[in-house]
Write a protein that binds this ligand. Structure first.
Ligand code: FAD
Length: 307
């Protein structure tokens, strides 16, 4: 019920200023975002790997407004990949990229984002890592899929996040279930209007299950991006019915959320990948986490009042 108002309020610049400048914020943010820089990110990767899980790293930032910032994002990913390789943590690692962080929203953005995404993908693949494109709000889906299909001509298993809440998803999945196609299915974290997206938790969950069935029955590599116990159980059941082996699909969860469940799934022999955001531009990511669970907001407000 509070999800939409929180997302709408978080777009207000005054709220942004208060939240980002409050001294207590960084401490609360650390639950979801382990660090600001590459050194801390690589150290956290080592911790996650020691628990038998893999990672997908996200250099935080979105909607860059200058070409220089877009280029800086590319440079940050290349530096990260270098550091992962130097620390012998590159095998099986993945980076997650928001195309709006590499220029998608600039004038001529489709071409800029394609070129920048290609640089990151080339750098990752040359070291043995993989890439998945995050999905942002519904206005970016066509452009993101266009970029994905262009890049897949050279790198066929580049992954993409698909949002179950969008009405268009069943149609999009028809083009995404081919051999080796890596698709991360998520509910969708953005404030979407009813013209394009299912409203209400139950409708979104039902759409998620329909999409899961398509992915598990297909020839691709489904990546179940959810913390929802019911959906995780259904995904396991569908995988068994499709005779999938644990290396042919995976569970993905966000850093800091349901960690006991993450470790339980890994201990049972499942492939588990932790989405690991790092960097100083954490506001958008953080407020989406607050919106997903109002209890996070209460915890945050209480921390501010008691400091
Ligand atoms: P929910 O019903 O929201 O949560 C189920 C349970 O998980 C809750 O009851 C609670 O116990 C726990 N939980 C969930 N969220 C939180 C939280 N913030 N804090 C504390 N506990 C929580 N969305 C996009 O739109 N684009 C993307 O590219 C994208 N990438 C993602 C990548 C991964 C690996 C994951 C896991 C999610 C991603 N998301 C993305 C976010 C996703 O769309 C959902 O908003 C988010 O996962 C919450 O939905 P849920 O399936 O976990 O179910």
């Amino acid at each position: 019920m509070l999800r939409k108002p929180i997302l709408a309020l978080s777009a207000n610049t005054k709220v942004r200023d208060i939240l980002t400048k409050a001294p207590v914020t960084r401490a609360v943010v650390a639950r979801f975002i382990p660090g600001d820089d590459t050194v801390k990110a690589v150290k956290t990767v080592a911790d996650v790997r020691a628990k038998g899980m893999q990672v997908s790293l996200d250099f935080l930032g979105e909607g860059v407004s200058t070409l220089a910032d877009a280029k800086a994002t590319v440079a940050a990913y290349v530096e990260l990949l270098d550091q992962l390789q130097a620390a012998t943590l590159i095998a099986g690692a993945e980076v997650s990229v928001k195309l709006s962080a590499v220029g998608q929203s600039l004038p001529g953005g489709d071409i800029i984002a394609l070129e920048h995404a290609r640089q990151i993908v080339t750098s990752a693949y040359s070291r043995g890592a993989r890439v998945t494109f995050d999905m942002e709000d519904h206005t970016t889906v066509d452009s993101t899929l266009q970029t994905l299909f262009a890049i897949r001509q050279d790198f066929p298993d580049v992954g993409v996040a698909i949002q179950a809440m969008l009405h268009r998803t069943a149609d999009d999945l028809e083009k995404l279930t081919g051999r080796g196609s890596r698709v991360r299915l998520v509910k969708g974290a953005y404030n979407e209007p009813e013209q394009v997206a299912y409203q209400g938790a139950e409708n979104v969950d039902l759409a998620y299950v329909r999409a899961l069935k398509i992915l598990m029955a297909g020839d691709g590599h489904p990546m179940v991006g959810s913390h929802d116990p019911r959906l995780i159980a259904i995904a396991g059941q569908l995988a068994r019915e499709s005779n999938r082996t644990p290396d042919s699909y995976e569970f993905q969860m966000l850093f800091g959320i349901r960690t006991t469940e993450q470790e339980r799934l890994a201990a049972e022999g499942n492939t588990v990948r932790i989405y690991l955001p790092y960097g100083s531009d954490w506001y958008g990511y953080f407020t989406r986490r607050l919106a997903e669970r109002p209890a996070n907001l209460l915890f945050f407000v209480r921390s501010m009042l008691t400091k």
